[in-house]
Write a protein that binds this ligand. Structure first.
Ligand SMILES: [Zn+2]
Length: 157
């Protein structure tokens, strides 16, 4: 399979949630959460991001999403949007200017995508840049580049 050409639209609201969570810890620890949004054909629209909960584990170079709050927020959103908003990916922060995924990141993303059985978006917020990729159920990971910006968000393809 050649794989579908995925286009990801990241809404400003979702990015603002990510940035404010990162801003709170100033990269002294890694933070993260899930990405929520809608799948429309080859497009994935990210409308919201969850931020760390009390049971997550947050270290200088590692973030482990363990808190039930992410699932709860995802479910609340799913109900509030007549089941159109779903869990579409994961994000976490890295204390690097231009973030790149670690081997551990790639391994856990591959596991998540396989168990979910559909494409998922993975984002890393660095000090100045944002890394964004789409994982395929086959295990393939493709990094996307920002191709456009409008008043509501950014397009990655
Ligand atoms: Zn990482």
């Amino acid at each position: 399979m050649g794989g579908k050409h995925q286009i990801v639209y990241l809404c400003n609201d979702a990015l603002a949630e990510i940035c404010s969570a990162v801003e709170q810890v100033k990269h002294r620890r890694e933070v993260g959460g899930v990405l929520l949004g809608e799948r429309r054909g080859t497009h994935i629209l990210i409308t919201a991001a969850t931020t760390p909960g009390p049971e997550d584990e947050s270290y200088p170079f590692r973030f482990l999403r363990k808190c039930k709050s992410h699932q709860r927020k995802a479910h609340d959103r799913w109900r509030a949007t007549a089941h159109t908003t779903d869990w579409v990916g994961d994000w976490h922060s890295h204390p690097e200017q231009t973030p790149t995924p670690s081997l551990t990141d790639r391994r856990s993303w591959r596991r998540l995508t396989k168990s979910n059985g559909t494409e998922m978006v993975f984002a890393i917020q660095g000090v100045s840049g944002l890394y964004l990729s789409v994982g395929q159920p086959s295990g393939k990971l493709r990094a996307l580049a920002k191709t456009a910006i409008d008043s509501h968000g950014m397009v990655f393809e």
